[in-house]
Design a protein around this ligand. Structure first.
Ligand code: MG
Ligand code: FE
Length: 214
C-alpha cells in the first residue's frame, strides 16, 4: 500500500546536490591561469583550492543540518507509540542544532560571513521525507528508512569535509567536523541496531489492533 520511500529520498538527495552545486565560485586554478606569472608552489595551490572548496562545502553542510533539524522536529512531535525512538530523535535533534552551530563556527574561522547562509535548497529533502513518511500507514518505518539514509548522507559529507580541511591545513576545523561525524555515525549505528525492533513493535501493535502508524 505505502510506496517505498527510498527512491524518493534518493531523488531528494540528488536534487539537493544539484541545487547546492549550482553557484560555486570560479575555481582558484582557473583564476590563477588567467594571471600568469604568479604561480605559487604546488602545496600552496592545493591548500588554496582546498580552503575555497571547504568554505563552499561547509555552506552545503549548514543547509544539510538545517534540513536535518526540520525533519527531526517533525518526528519529535509524533512517534507517540515509539517512545524509545522518539527519545533518540529528540536527542539527535539537540545534537543537530549544535552541529549546525559548529559548522557556522568553522565558517567564521575561515573568515566567512554567515549572514547569507542558504536553507531553501535543503527544503527539497524535507518534502521528499514528508512524501515518504507522513501519508504512509507505516509512517514510523518509512521515517526510519529516511533517517537511516539521511545519516549516511551526513556521514559521507563530513568525511569529505574532513579530508578537505586536512588538505587546507585547517586542523581546528577538521577536529570540529570530526565531532559532528562521530555523532552522525553513532546515530546511524543506533538506527541500524534499533530499526528491526521498531519493525517488530509495529507489527505487534498492528496485529493487536492498536494504532501503529506513529
Ligand atoms: Mg547532522
Ligand atoms: Fe544526523
Amino acid at each position: 500500500m505505502a510506496r517505498n520511500p527510498v527512491p524518493v529520498v534518493l531523488i531528494g538527495v540528488g536534487v539537493l546536490w544539484l541545487a547546492l552545486s549550482s553557484d560555486r565560485p570560479q575555481p582558484v586554478a582557473d583564476r590563477r591561469r588567467a594571471h600568469r606569472g604568479s604561480i605559487p608552489m604546488q602545496g600552496e595551490a592545493v591548500m588554496a583550492v582546498s580552503r575555497e572548496n571547504l568554505t563552499a562545502w561547509l555552506r552545503d553542510a549548514h543547509a544539510m543540518e538545517n534540513q536535518a533539524i526540520e525533519i527531526l522536529e517533525k518526528q519529535a512531535s509524533r512517534l507517540e507509540h515509539y517512545p524509545e525512538l522518539r527519545a533518540k530523535v529528540r536527542t539527535h535533534l539537540e545534537e543537530s542544532r549544535r552541529q549546525a552551530e559548529r559548522v557556522e563556527h568553522c565558517l567564521h574561522q575561515l573568515g566567512t560571513d554567515t549572514s547569507s547562509l542558504k536553507t531553501a535548497a535543503g527544503k527539497l529533502i524535507g518534502t521528499a521525507q514528508q512524501l515518504s513518511g507522513l501519508f504512509a500507514s507505516d509512517e514510523v518505518l518509512k521515517s526510519g528508512i529516511a533517517d537511516y539514509a539521511f545519516e549516511h548522507y551526513e556521514i559521507a559529507s563530513y568525511k569529505m569535509l574532513i579530508a578537505a580541511a586536512n588538505e587546507a591545513g585547517e586542523h581546528e576545523v577538521r577536529r570540529t567536523l570530526e565531532e559532528n561525524l562521530r555523532e552522525e555515525e553513532a546515530m546511524a549505528e543506533w538506527l541500524g541496531q534499533h530499526l528491526p525492533e521498531v519493525t517488530r513493535q509495529y507489527l505487534h501493535r498492528e496485529a493487536a489492533g492498536k494504532s501503529a502508524k506513529v
